[in-house]
Design a protein around this ligand. Structure first.
Ligand SMILES: [Mg+2]
Length: 241
């Protein structure tokens, strides 16, 4: 266990603190009802699963700059509609409705508020480094009650540098007046959050809640001179920080 080794903690937002999957499920359901898709395709669960699969693939292309934002927004719905043979709904209208509902959702990952309260009371400075659209990320924090814990939020779209590139970590750590050796990144995406931080020389906590997702290493290992911890619930942070 390390005591008071760190001063600055950088969190990923989606699926680390804010339950993207549950919130996307709820927001998409409102859009699905609003555009009366049920009359053409009554199985909402399957609609959600197909959309999620397509959305994840497109986001991965968007990260690699193979797509621009507008294409991502149009394609994630036009491809879902094509696959499920849904007609008469404008993909961009559906997207803008979905995007307006998403930040109103408030489901958090189990234990998020409690652990943030604890970390704040121990004097750590807390930050967010997130990948997403700037018009939704800030509102997600505000509406879900998370913003009170954070000194600042760094959004890749604002900084024009996606995770896992070193630019966003460099920018965040510099402007937070942090030191690399006193900083730690917490996130659920191995490549973006964990490798991104490690490659920049910052320790990391890999949050891997799903038992069937492969954990590439044991807890508390040295990786390229930086430490990596692995937790399967946010409450695991009490043992590390
Ligand atoms: Mg995430």
């Amino acid at each position: 266990m390390t005591i008071n080794r760190y001063t600055h903690i950088f969190f990923d937002l989606d699926n680390t603190l804010w339950d993207f999957r549950a919130n996307s499920f709820a927001a998409l359901k409102i859009a699905y009802s609003n555009f009366k898709i049920e009359s053409q395709y009554p199985d909402y669960q399957n609609f959600f699963d197909v959309f999620t699969e397509i959305n994840d693939l497109l986001w991965s292309d968007y990260r690699k700059k193979l797509l621009v934002k507008k294409e991502l927004q149009r394609l994630r719905f036009s491809m879902t509609f094509d696959r499920l043979e849904i007609n008469g709904v404008d993909p961009l209208e559906m997207d803008s409705f979905y995007l307006s509902e998403i930040p109103k959702q408030k489901n958090l990952i189990d234990g998020a508020s409690r652990v943030l309260q604890y970390l704040k009371s121990k004097g750590y400075l807390l930050f967010i480094i997130t990948y997403g659209f700037k018009e939704v990320q800030t509102d997600k924090l505000k509406n879900s009650g998370l913003s009170q814990y954070f000194t600042r939020i760094y959004i890749s779209e604002d900084i024009k540098a996606p995770k896992p590139g070193r630019e966003i970590f460099e920018y965040a750590i510099k402007s937070a007046n942090a030191r690399k050796t006193k900083s730690i990144m917490v996130g659920d995406d191995w490549e973006s959050d964990i490798e991104g931080a490690l490659n920049f020389g910052v320790d990391a906590v890999y949050f891997c809640p799903s038992a069937n997702r492969p954990v590439p290493l044991d807890c508390d290992r040295i990786y390229n001179r930086n430490k990596v911890f692995s937790i399967n619930a946010l409450s695991g942070l009490y043992d590390i920080l």
